[in-house]
Ligand binder design. Structure first.
Ligand SMILES: [Zn+2]
Length: 319
């Protein structure tokens, strides 16, 4: 003869029948068991007889990291299993990063790394309402190309406007919960890459300590199409004539969950703020507005406001 316990644990179809067909004893024990979980954390002994009756999972907070061996400029992706029902928070140093649901009890968080950071281990804390996981992730150094750029003194002295930097900062700080991209990001131009990500520079013989090339340059003819690299919402459109002295005519796309892309130096802009765009849609045209030595697109890829190497996002896509 089956006990209630074996029926519950070993005979799922019968259990389901019983649940839907009013089995007061079982339903009661289920409710008590749910309560037992919160009781257990305060007064464990009281609830043990009830707890052994249930098949509820143990409180869990599991974290896995990709890529296996990140290098400076990579985006670290955390995959988190948490059964607390709320999205865990991720902390690295003095910065918090949000996580977003990707399935039942499953969350994902992105941590940007940049060429300006120190290589080596960083401690990542993942916290949900009941648990804390601490992990150490090593980020390897990477040699970025170094260029010497000589600009006419008048151009080298250009600082840009507060207006353009404030607007760009505010746009890149946007974090909206819906993931709008799917699969890999595409090239935003048919041109060839004239300057890769992360290049460090001397300007007129002086080492630019806070500079790294925060994106990819695509060289193409004046007026050639510029494509949305992924689905998103146009979060910024602005023009050299409004004070975008350095960036030139610019589009910013918000792809959700802290991922944004920017399109600089455009000659034409075909979208407006608030528009929803699709991957591959022509949003503007190659130009040379702002500080630019010839027609090209500067394409920036940002995670939580930091310019990261888009290579992984373009190759396999980070879902
Ligand atoms: Zn550039």
């Amino acid at each position: 003869m089956l006990t209630r316990k074996t029926l519950f644990l070993a005979d799922t179809p019968d259990f389901i029948t019983l649940r839907s067909g009013v089995a007061p004893a079982l339903l009661l024990s289920f409710t008590l068991a749910d309560r037992a979980r919160s009781l257990l954390s305060i007064a464990a002994p009281v609830a043990i007889p009830i707890a052994t009756f249930t098949a509820l999972p143990a409180d869990a907070l599991d974290v896995s990291v990709s890529p296996n061996a990140p290098r400076l400029g990579d985006t670290i992706t955390l995959s988190i299993v948490s059964d607390d029902g709320t999205a865990p928070t991720v902390t690295v140093g003095d910065r918090d990063f949000p996580s977003f649901p990707v399935g039942p009890d499953r969350y994902r968080a992105f941590i940007p790394t940049t060429p300006l950071q120190a290589s080596g281990a960083r401690t990542i804390e993942v916290i949900d309402s009941g648990d804390r996981a601490s992990l150490s992730v090593n980020v390897a150094a990477r040699d970025f190309p170094v260029q010497s750029i000589w600009l006419p003194p008048a151009v080298n002295a250009l600082q840009g406007t507060d207006y353009e930097f404030d607007r760009m900062d505010a746009f890149r700080a946007e974090v909206t919960p819906d993931r709008l991209w799917t699969g890999a990001f595409i090239d935003p131009s048919d041109g060839w890459i004239s300057t890769p990500f992360g290049v460090r520079r001397y300007y007129n013989g002086e080492w630019a300590a806070n500079y790294y090339h925060r994106g990819l340059d695509y060289a193409a003819g004046m007026g050639a199409p510029v494509y949305a690299a992924a689905d998103g919402i146009v979060g910024l459109v602005d023009y050299e004539s409004n004070g975008f002295e350095i960036h030139g005519n610019t589009i910013g796309l918000n792809h959700g969950q802290g991922v944004t892309t920017t399109y600089l130096h455009l000659s034409e802009i075909y979208v407006s703020e608030g528009d929803r765009v699709q991957a591959g849609e022509t949003i503007g045209a190659i130009g040379s507005t702002g500080i630019s030595t010839g027609p090209h697109l500067h394409w920036g890829f940002f995670v939580h406001g930091e310019a990261v190497d888009p290579a992984d996002w373009q190759r396999q896509g980070i879902k």
